[in-house]
Ligand binder design. Sequence first.
Ligand SMILES: NC(=O)c1ccc[n+]([C@@H]2O[C@H](COP(=O)([O-])OP(=O)(O)OC[C@H]3O[C@@H](n4cnc5c(N)ncnc54)[C@H](OP(=O)(O)O)[C@@H]3O)[C@@H](O)[C@H]2O)c1
Length: 311
Amino acid sequence: MSTILITGGTGLIGSALTTLLIEKGHAVIILTRHQKPSNEPNITYLVWDLKAQTIDPKAISSADYIVHLAGAGVADKRWTNERKKEIIESRTQSSSLLIKALKEVPNKVRAVISASAIGYYGEDKKTTSKKISFTEDAKADTEFLGETCRLWEESIEPVKILGRRLVKFRVGIVLSNDGGAFAEFKKPVQFGIAAVLGSGQQIVSWIHIEDVCRMVLFAIENENLEGVYNAVAPTPVSNKELTLLLAEKMKGRFFVHMHVPKFVLKAMLGQMSVEVLKSATVSCEKIRSAGFSFLYPTIESAIGNLVNEKA
Ligand SMILES: NC(=O)c1ccc[n+]([C@@H]2O[C@H](COP(=O)([O-])OP(=O)(O)OC[C@H]3O[C@@H](n4cnc5c(N)ncnc54)[C@H](OP(=O)(O)O)[C@@H]3O)[C@@H](O)[C@H]2O)c1
């Protein structure tokens, strides 16, 4: 049994990961900004404060592994300058605090697994007829999300100088019934509307929630795993394919199919609309070659599971 500290463990991925780790017999410490009571003997909540740069030292001294997920939600609010600053600093300042604590508090932490996102990559190249997927050696995009992910990944790098193993996952769009993008995709479908975004041709590199959690566990258990890996399923799909398949699984033939025009998305989402309209085809070959196998490799298997789970 190991003790795993999860920063941002109250969120979408952290909650599902906590359940998986507990099932596997591990103990979990959730590092949060707000103290919470725990009803489960193997889950403890401890507090940190990024502004004050303070952290409960027990979080570090008790942990065998750290999973770093904390960060202000990228799609939760419009991207004002203030919000952009919060999105970046919640990630970089939390990494700095972890590094500082790892230096100052005697500990036995063996590895740090940090989230990043496929927002690291830019837009698929339009000029080539051959499909090219982004691999881990690509350069970071210079737009807001690319820059955010670059700074986020850089901020956690000093873990290596401290002699600890570091794994970074560039996570794709997580499909889960409990929140995130998939819950948003489902809302119009519940009313019989398959709402395709823009042209719907843009490629979505997605991953099922169970697979992203299994991948984190794989990184904890596999001492040879080190460096950056894309956490996406092997079969990216277009927004249109995803939306129509979801509508079919949820409603059979009883739905209407409509396109939400780009200008409506821009009015609704502001600068963030770029992200739902962007096409990013991302490769999972590196993590597959390292021995990871997906429970949900196809969009049919992932959506089929999620729709049945809720039924
Ligand atoms: N879900 C996806 O599709 C997806 C895709 C790519 C990358 N990721 C990345 O993976 C990580 C986990 O994703 P998630 O979907 O589980 O995120 P989430 O549901 O938004 O949870 C993130 C957690 O971070 C903490 N947090 C929020 N705002 C914060 C702030 N300003 N300062 C410090 N901590 C803050 C919160 O924990 P407390 O309130 O308990 O402190 C929250 O539960 C995130 O960094 C996200 O960007 C997610």
